[in-house]
Design a protein around this ligand. Sequence first.
Ligand SMILES: Nc1ncnc2c1ncn2[C@@H]1O[C@H](COP(=O)(O)OP(=O)(O)OP(=O)(O)O)[C@@H](O)[C@H]1O
Ligand SMILES: [Mg+2]
Length: 493
Amino acid sequence: MGLFTQKPSPPPPRADAPRPAPPEASAVPAPPVRPSAGVPGKPPPPAKAGPPPAAVKAKPDKLVDERTTRMNELKSEIHRKLVDQLDLTKLSRDATEEVREQVRQIILALCEEADALLNYAERQRLAQEILDETFGLGPLETLLADPGISDILINGPHQVYVEKNGRLILSDVKFKDNAHLLHVIDKIVSPLGRRCDEVCPMVDARLKDGSRVNAIIPPLAIDGPSMSIRRFGADPITWDDYIRFKSTAPEIVEFLKACVHAGLNILIVGGTGSGKTTLLNNLSSFIPDDERIVTIEDAAELQLRQPHVVRLETRPANIEGKGRITIRDLLINALRMRPDRIVVGECRGGETLDMLQAMNTGHEGSMTTIHANSTRDAVQRVETMVMMSGFELPTKAIRQQFASAINLIVQAARLTGGPRKIVSVTEVQGMEGDVVTMQDLFKFEQDGVNANGRAFGRIVSTGVRPSFVDRLLASGAVLDPQWFVARDLVIDD
Ligand SMILES: Nc1ncnc2c1ncn2[C@@H]1O[C@H](COP(=O)(O)OP(=O)(O)OP(=O)(O)O)[C@@H](O)[C@H]1O
Ligand SMILES: [Mg+2]
């Protein structure tokens, strides 16, 4: 067949054989127990502690279990034979359709040989699962192929949740055991020169499509290897999507565009998974093409399309615990790179002080995100993070830095039932005594939760005219006076 190396016999050990799971990783969650059926007309018996007797298990389930076990055995057997025949280390996700097809035919022949009683659908399914295992990330492949899935959350081999359309649901995808899941984690991290094992049980990585991956394994993850994948789809969310999803109003998009153009410093705030990075990406898209942008991130997620962008990414410590490069290190370095704008993916610690200082010293139009649940909370979070910088600054001094550095705070939120929205756009006005003064310009007012459990409400203009309007006009922006007239902009019911 020429495309891959045929192995001599006797075959060497499997190149991709799953590593044995560490002893503490071998705990597999108990299979779900079906409740015993109640007698018609009678109330169900009170729940008793302990599993129901095995005899109450229905027969069809037993047949399904036996079939699943048989299919899993066959899969392992055929996979083993395939390893004996081919050098699988030469096959990767980038393999051409032609190569995949050749391997599929070999697998189908092996299926036939292993169990002549398999029907057509079973053979095709086995072949696909083995192909996914051989070329890709095994059971994850079906989830990765679904563009509607935004998060994949794996809690041990038998529990895989996905977020789809804003809702978290348990998928029917399962890994065989801990060793299988560890093997897939290894397949993701080892090409990046990273490892995930007892010595390094926590790792950040990325998939080829940019999806962000975090894996944490025993002994740190008590119930087995755990992996969280934030999809970074081929179709990132654009401003058109924001408007289509009623995540914001067209007027707000126009306003934000004028703010970015004029070089306002913008802070994005929101909780975990609220849409901060997506917002940062879209706001950054408004930066004019003739400016030099330096982006700094832990895992490069931003997708800026401007021609003049320098992308910097942090580096974790090596195996000896050395060589770590933090956001703060990169930020200090970026200041020497003559940037017009600095975009920092997320401020989590002492780098917040450096960011405020950069914004205060001529790098206008810079942007970052922080994890905070409200605009007010953001000030407090910044105070805490600045204290992590090692400089002992009085609270008032930090607030002054904040008030003079940040012009606008945009808050993202994931609301009840899943919709993500820009829930407030707030001007930072200055200080009054010890307090940072702010004024909402636009906000989402939730009116309730509908029958499907989704929050509904209105996106409104508060009627406040920001004090930086002159600055927007001076930068050439064309403003619509209607933006600053109190009214409903979008009704989302
Ligand atoms: N307005 C939106 N409408 C629908 N989906 C959205 C919207 N904004 C973001 N998302 C989706 O929500 C998920 C989380 O978005 P994002 O990564 O931007 O959040 P985040 O706040 O940066 O998360 P984290 O705290 O984990 O860094 C992504 O899958 C993204 O595509
Ligand atoms: Mg993010």
